[in-house]
Write a protein that binds this ligand. Structure first.
Ligand code: HEC
Length: 130
């Protein structure tokens, strides 16, 4: 009896936690998506390791197709040569439909849910030197 009273009290205390405390924030949600949908091809560490895809540390604001040593398709290389940068808007478009932004790119992932794209971009924004 005593134990169940304590359990009830604990449940009530949890229910009274501030709104949102139980839900992951955007960047954390994005990190989880990254780990399951991006990490197999992209390194997100400051070591800038190229894999199947180019390293993504510092990608927000960076010139498109500009990581040293990565063999991009002409689609991304040419865009970078024209001065295109990865703005949040352009990243959102890429994640919605990569070939819609740069025809010929081999970047394969697309996300139809705006919330997923926002979360991924929130995480990408954290990938920068302090
Ligand atoms: C199966 C492998 C694969 C997966 C999974 C993948 N990508 Fe890519 N990504 C690539 C390849 C390959 C390129 C280079 C495309 C090119 O050169 O046209 C690329 C390019 C990119 C670029 C352009 C980077 C630059 O330096 O210009 C971004 C941004 C990007 N991916 C983000 C992501 C994100 C975010 C995810 C997860 C939601 C993801 N990718 C999942 C293979 C992948």
């Amino acid at each position: 009896m005593r134990i169940s009273v304590i359990a009830l009290f604990a449940a009530a205390a949890m229910a009274a936690a501030p709104a949102g405390a139980g839900s992951l924030d955007q960047a954390q949600k994005g990190k989880l998506i990254f780990q399951t949908h991006c990490a197999l091809c992209h390194d997100d560490s400051e070591h800038m390791l190229n894999d199947n895809g180019p390293a993504l540390f510092g990608v927000v604001g960076r010139t498109v197709g500009s990581v040293q040593g990565y063999q991009y398709t002409a689609a991304l290389r040419d865009a970078g040569a024209h001065g295109d940068r990865w703005t949040e808007k352009r990243l959102d478009d890429l994640l919605r439909k990569p070939t819609g932004v740069y025809g010929g790119t081999t970047m394969p992932m697309n996300f139809s849910k705006v919330g997923d794209r926002k979360a991924i971009i929130a995480y990408l924004k954290t990938l920068k030197a302090e």
